[in-house]
Design a protein. Structure first.
Length: 276
């Protein structure tokens, strides 16, 4: 193990702030030439260090969110004096958040170092920060109503700087993404109400849990009025369908299960089975 790898390990063990737990980075670099593969040998470690040691939010410092990032490299091009890599990237928290980006372009030299600076735009550091803040926003929304707003605003600011940069590829789509997700107030209300209702149920506060599940249904109604099969809402429901139906069944909430059949037709058979 080299000196740089040892330093990275020490940093990870001593200065982890807790917003992210296990950060798993996977590369598919089969389309890269040998020397291109060599140039990104240390990139995985650099990404893990960057995400785990950056203090992304002062208020929520102990979330320990699992994060999976998969890079699918498409090749590399010469951009001025630098070699720029092209990739598609998947971000996931392993349950109800999943984002797939098809147009990353970034320069990275052997031994490069990632760091976060909101003012100073960097193609890769800022790209990672954009999605990290997006996932953090979604997570914080489950702890307080609309609690992730400031993190959404952080992603929006990064996207605006990206659109004006030399590496502007994909940033207009990312700006639209954060706008779409942050203004999906129905889903944001649904997420908070679902998690709060489950907590109340587990604590034995049944009446309050039922009221919060009703608020969840109201949030889903808002989503449905905006877009009947909104992608990120369907993803959220798919991740929690079994737990949700089990609890509604235990609570005897047949009307809610019927509501869910209309609001979530993708999982119609599961709701039917719970009713039967």
């Amino acid at each position: 193990m080299g000196i740089r790898q040892i330093l990275i390990t020490l940093l990870l063990s001593c200065f982890t702030y807790g917003q992210f737990g296990e950060v798993k980075v996977v590369f598919d670099n089969s389309l890269l030439k040998v020397h291109e593969q060599q140039n990104i040998l240390l990139l995985k470690q650099d990404i893990v260090r960057y995400i785990k040691t950056t203090r992304w939010d002062e208020d929520y410092s102990d979330l320990v969110i699992p994060l999976h990032i998969q890079f699918i490299f498409e090749g590399a091009v010469q951009k001025g004096a630098q070699e720029a890599f092209l990739a598609q990237v998947l971000f996931s928290n392993g349950t109800d958040q999943r984002y797939f980006d098809k147009s990353l372009q970034f320069p990275y030299g052997h031994g490069g170092t990632l760091y976060f600076d909101l003012v100073q735009f960097d193609p890769l550091s800022s790209f990672l920060a954009f999605y990290v803040n997006l996932i953090l926003a979604g997570e914080i929304d489950t702890y307080e109503p609309m609690g992730g707003t400031r993190m959404f605003e952080m992603s929006r600011e990064i996207a605006l700087r990206g659109t004006a940069s030399e590496y502007s590829r994909g940033w207009s789509d990312r700006a639209k993404l954060v706008d779409d997700v942050s203004t999906n107030f129905g889903l944001r209300k649904t997420k908070f109400s679902y998690y709060y209702a489950m907590e109340l149920f587990q604590d034995g506060d049944i009446d309050e849990a039922v009221l919060e599940f009703k608020n969840m249904i109201k949030g889903l109604d808002e989503v449905y009025d905006r877009s009947a099969r909104e992608h990120y809402t369907m993803l959220f429901l798919k991740a929690h369908i079994n737990e949700l139906t089990n609890v509604l069944q235990l609570l005897g909430q047949k009307n809610m299960l019927r509501d869910m059949m209309e609001l979530d037709p993708d999982n119609l058979e599961i709701y039917k089975k719970a009713l039967d």
